[in-house]
Design a protein around this ligand. Structure first.
Ligand code: ADP
Ligand code: MG
Length: 535
């Protein structure tokens, strides 16, 4: 340690540890980074495709997650390495923008890194590799557009949408009932979609789950399901043509906010106080009844005495409903959230055809169904399943399916799956490499080779000999000039993904290629890694 002074005479300390910082430079740095990125990709590789394996992850506090979703696996893995974090980020951005293809994008990036390493070893400058990749990615991007197809659907022809969602779900644990789930996802998206503006607000789709029952019992409810029950067991279980008051203010006599002292020295005084409080609440109940409410949904609770009174005065109520749910209820029933009790008025009430309480199993579990709402543009997908892990995974899989359906409504172009689009791009990029005279052509060729990683992984995961299968399919594509030949993962008997109805959205695939290239370029450009030394 040494003391020094800067130009203004201020002292500062130079630490010796500074010199002991570990530092990687040049090719070593790039190789170390590539190795880290590839390590992450290797983990996800086996999860790709309809026959992909699932991962079981345990969090520090003992929660177990079983999932097949790339973004979730990476999210739960506690990665330390900065480059590995970039890969996590990559998967997350695919999830954020597109929702599906989170595994594929990481596998793709890993394979690009692998090819880059070979080029670096041959002495090609990282920047040239990055430039070549950039050119190649643009060729692949445009080529995808060329082999894409429009597909038509409408509110009365939802089959194509269902098929696409089924492709997404076929690689998940829930693929046993992918048909039912895909239909649910499509109907839900269409219910909230604005087909004119081609926009879908997924926030209006609430996904709720409850342990018990079978996955097949999962249903779509045109309304809201809240994991709450009537505050008193003797309140009616079913209310028809309900007028709902939605309160975010306390539904009880006001509590003194600051410290007050109430001297009660006689029984009479106590009784008047009690009587006053009761009357205050009684007036509140009366006010609700006066404006015509037949059901009160509150964000806050009320005590048992108030509860009893509500039951007595025949005003059903639900307490402790969360803010998000309240908002959805308000949207669905066309009501207004009332933040101050005095503002309650008849036009602020929400309306629903049926509000009913449904109980499950032998337990005391009950849920509240609010259906036939004034505004039907809020729906709930209610998942049933054997255990919590299953329900959580179903939620994640449905999220992918919902995103796919939404993407198709935004842009109805599709490319075929099973690696067929990648193989076709690979052929196109390879051909383009010959037209580039410079050093970049090596990088472009490597890009083409990297694209093969997806079909290779798909074949490997399905127990097929990877190289043999890929060469056969590629040869077939070129011979028949058919960009729809892919890996027949499920052993259906045909390579033609168009016949198999396996497709993915064009924007999803394009996004995968763009994002993967971007991350690889970032990683390649790092040539100095300075990390703090260990103390
Ligand atoms: P991601 O998280 O990237 O979506 P998935 O595990 O969902 O990963 O796998 C997607 C890949 O599996 C895509 O390349 C898709 O084309 C392919 N795939 C899905 N279903 C099939 C199928 N039935 N036959 C062949 N390939 C399929
Ligand atoms: Mg998928």
């Amino acid at each position: 340690m040494a003391l020094a002074f800067d130009e203004y005479g201020r002292p500062f300390i130079i630490l010796k540890e500074q010199e002991r910082k570990s530092r990687l430079r040049g090719l070593d740095a790039q190789k170390a980074n590539i190795a880290a990125g590839r390590a992450v990709a290797r983990i996800l590789r086996t999860s790709l495709g309809p026959k992909g394996m699932d991962k079981m992850l345990q969090s520090p506090d003992g929660d177990v997650i079983i999932t097949n979703d790339g973004a979730t696996i990476l999210e739960q893995m506690d990665v330390d390495n900065q480059i590995a974090k970039l890969m996590v980020e990559l998967s997350r951005s695919q999830d954020y923008e597109i929702g599906d293809g989170t595994t594929g994008v990481v596998v793709m990036a890993g394979s690009l890194l692998e090819q880059a390493e070979k080029l670096l070893e041959r002495g090609i400058h990282p920047l040239r590799v990055a430039e070549g990749y950039e050119v190649a990615s643009r060729i692949a991007f445009d080529h995808l557009e060329k082999i894409s197809q429009k597909f038509e659907f409408g509110p009365d022809n939802i089959e194509p949408l269902v098929q696409t969602c089924m492709t997404t779900l076929s690689s998940k644990i829930v693929n046993r009932c992918k048909r039912a789930l895909a239909e649910i996802a499509v109907k839900a998206v269409l219910a909230v979609a604005d087909l004119e503006r081609k926009d879908v607000n997924l926030d209006l789709i609430k996904v709720e789950g409850k342990v018990g029952g079978k996955l097949e019992d999962t249903e779509l409810i045109y309304g809201i399901v809240v994991d709450k029950d009537m505050s008193h067991p003797q309140m009616p279980k079913r209310i028809e043509d309900a007028n709902i008051a939605i309160l975010t203010c306390p539904f009880e006599p006001p509590k003194p906010k600051t410290k007050h002292k109430v001297d009660i020295d006689t029984v009479e005084k106590f009784q008047t106080l009690r009587e006053q409080e009761r009357k205050y609440f009684d007036d509140m109940v009366q006010k609700c009844k006066d404006v015509g409410a037949t059901l009160v949904i509150c964000q806050w609770g009320f005590d048992d005495e108030a509860n009893h009174l509500l039951m007595h005065r025949n005003l059903p109520a639900v307490r402790w409903v969360g803010g998000v749910e309240l908002e959805l209820i308000a949207i669905a029933t066309g009501g207004r959230i009332v933040p101050r009790f005095q503002e309650l008025s008849p036009e602020k009430l929400g309306r629903a055809g049926i509000v009913r309480e449904k109980s499950f199993g032998t337990t005391k579990d009950r849920m509240l169904y609010i259906e036939q709402c004034a505004n039907s543009r809020a729906v709930t997908i209610f998942i049933r399943g054997g255990n919590k892990m299953m329900i959580e995974e179903t939620k994640r899989s449905l999220h992918d399916a919902l995103c796919v359906a939404r993407n198709l409504i935004r842009n109805n172009s599709i490319v075929y799956g099973g690696g067929s689009a990648e193989i076709s791009c690979s052929v196109a990029v390879e051909a383009a490499a010959d037209r580039h005279p410079g050093v970049e052509q090596y990088a472009i060729r490597s890009f083409a080779e990297a694209l093969d990683a997806i079909p290779l992984a798909l074949a490997e995961n399905s127990g097929l000999p990877p190289i043999d299968t890929l060469t056969a399919v590629k040869a077939q594509q070129i011979k028949e000039n058919n960009p729809f030949c892919g890996i027949d993962c499920n052993d259906v008997g045909t390579n033609d993904m168009k016949e198999q109805n396996v497709f993915e959205t064009l924007i999803g695939k394009q996004q995968q290629i763009l994002l993967a290239t971007q991350v690889v370029k970032i990683i390649l450009k790092i040539d100095d890694v300075i990390s703090p030394s260990e103390y």
